[in-house]
Write a protein that binds this ligand. Sequence first.
Ligand SMILES: Cc1cc2nc3c(=O)[nH]c(=O)nc-3n(C[C@H](O)[C@H](O)[C@H](O)COP(=O)(O)OP(=O)(O)OC[C@H]3O[C@@H](n4cnc5c(N)ncnc54)[C@H](O)[C@@H]3O)c2cc1C
Length: 509
Amino acid sequence: MSKQLQNIKVRLDESLDEKLRLLEPNYSSYRILRKSVDARKRNELHEVYSLEVFYPGEDTSAPDYPVEKINYDGKPILIVGSGPAGLFAALRLVERGVPCILFERGAPTNQRMIKINRYWRYGELDTDNNVCFGEGGAGLYSDGKLITRIKSPYIPYVMHRLVKFGAPEEIQYLANPHVGSDRIRRVIPKLRDYLIENGCTIHFNAKVEELLTSNNKMTGLKLRDGRVFEGDHIILATGHSANDMFYHLNDLGVAMEGKSFAVGLRVEHPQKAVNEIQYRGHAEHPKLGAANYKLTHHDYSDNIGVYSFCMCPGGYVLSSATDVGSIVSNGMSNYHRNSPFANSAIVISVDYQKNFGSNPFHGLDWRNKLEKDAFDAVIKAGGTKQLPAQRLTDFIKGKTGPLTEKNSSPSDGIATRVDLLLPDWIRTRLIEAFHKFDDSMKGFLHKDAQVFGVESRTSCPIRISRDDTTLESLSHKGLYPCGEGAGYAGGITSAAVDGIKIVEAILKT
Ligand SMILES: Cc1cc2nc3c(=O)[nH]c(=O)nc-3n(C[C@H](O)[C@H](O)[C@H](O)COP(=O)(O)OP(=O)(O)OC[C@H]3O[C@@H](n4cnc5c(N)ncnc54)[C@H](O)[C@@H]3O)c2cc1C
C-alpha cells in the first residue's frame, strides 16, 4: 500500500531522491503532495515536502477529479465575462453536459495582446481590450499566483484543469503555486478551444449592455450591437472594473452594497536586493529563484492595516487602466520570474461604512477620482502614457527627485509627487508602515526602490448581494453575481472556484 510521508526536510545541498532512499529503501516512485521552502531561519534554508510513496507493482495514477454529466433540458445558461470566474463556470457546465453561451466584451487573447501593447507603448487605451478586459479577464495579464486564502474542495479541481490545459504540473503541489503571465496566455486559448468543442458558444467583441428582466426575473440580455439572447439563468462575471455594468444594475434596482477594499501604490526594488535580504548567503542559489516577501503593519488603535499584496518577484509593473483619462498600477511576472526587479502593491484597508456610509457607489466614485488624479498628474508632469513614479525615499520625505535609471514597466514612469496622489491619512499610514517594514526586512528602504501610483484595483468596492445558499441575486431571480466583480472572490483561484460553485448551485435548483 502506498504511504504518505509528511514534513520531509531537504537541505539546499541535498537531493530529495537520496533522502527518500534512506527513509524508504524499497520505494519505486513517489508523487509530491506539497512542497514549500522554509526560509524562516535565513541561514538554514531548506525545502519541505509531503509525499505519497509507492512500492513496486502499485497503481501510481493521480486523481483526475471527474465530473458527472446530468440530463438538462432548460435553456442554455448565459455567462457574461471570460475571466477565471466565467471560464470555470463554462468549463463546469460543459463537463456537466449543460449548454451555455459565453459573452466577452473584448477580443481573443492574441488580438487583445496587440491592443495592450499599443496602450503601453503609445498610451492608446482600448476600453474593451486592456489589462483587465478581453479574453481571460484580469487573470490573463495577472502574475498567475494561484495561492488563495479560501478553503474549498474545488481548489484541486481548478489546479488539475489548469494543468490539463497547459499550466505547469507543480501548481498541484507547490505551497505558492504560480503560472506566470506568459504561460497563462497559452493556457486560456486551449481552455477556450475545449469549451467550444464541447458545447459552449463563445461570442467575442460582444459587450453585454443590458440585462433583460420581467417582474425582477431574468429573461435574457442585449449586446451593444443590438443582438438579443434569451435565458433565464445569467452568470454575471464581469470583474471589478466593469463600472458601466454596476451603473446598469443600479438602474435595474439590483440589490448591491458597498464593500471595504484597499488602495495604495506599487513599490519596486532591484530583485538582487530582495534576494540578499531574504536569502542572505544563499541569495543566488539555483533551487531558490527570485525571493518574495510578505509584510504587514496593523494599527490596533483604529484597526487599520497596511500590507503587501500581489507581490511579483522577478516581475513587471503594469499600467492597467480601463477608462480613458485614468491611470492604475498593477504587477505581473512571467513563469521564470526573471526580470531584474521585484514589485509589490502596498495597500491600506479602507473600511466602507466608516469612509463612505451606505451609498454603494461612493467607494467606486472615490476610486475613479484617485485614478483620474493620477492621470492628470502624469499629463501635468509632461507625460503621455507613463505611470506616476517617485523614489521610495522621496515619497517618505515628500519631495521630487530623479527616478531610478531603469524600471520594469513597459509604460515607463515619470517623476511625479506620488505622495500627493493619496489622501493625507493614507500617505501618513504608508510612511509609518514603510519604516516598520524596514525594521522587519532590513534594506526595504533601499535607495533604488521606487513607487508607482495608484494601486486602486486590488478588490471591488461593491458587492452584488446574493443568497448564501442559492447564490442567486437577492433582488432578481435567475441572476447569479459571480467572481471578483460581484464581491465574492479576490484572485484567480477564488474567482474560478466561485464560477464552479455558482454552476453547482444553479444545477441544484
Ligand atoms: C495585472 C494583474 C495582476 C494580477 N495578479 C494576480 C495574481 O497573481 N494572482 C491572483 O490570484 N490574482 C491576480 N490578479 C487578480 C485576478 O486577475 C482577478 O482576481 C481575477 O481575474 C478575477 O476574475 P473574474 O473572472 O471575477 O473577473 P475578471 O478577470 O476581471 O474578468 C471579467 C471579464 O468580464 C468581461 N466583461 C466586463 N464587462 C463586460 C460586459 N459588459 N460584457 C461582456 N464582458 C464583460 C471583461 O472583459 C473580463 O474579461 C491580478 C490582476 C491584475 C489586473
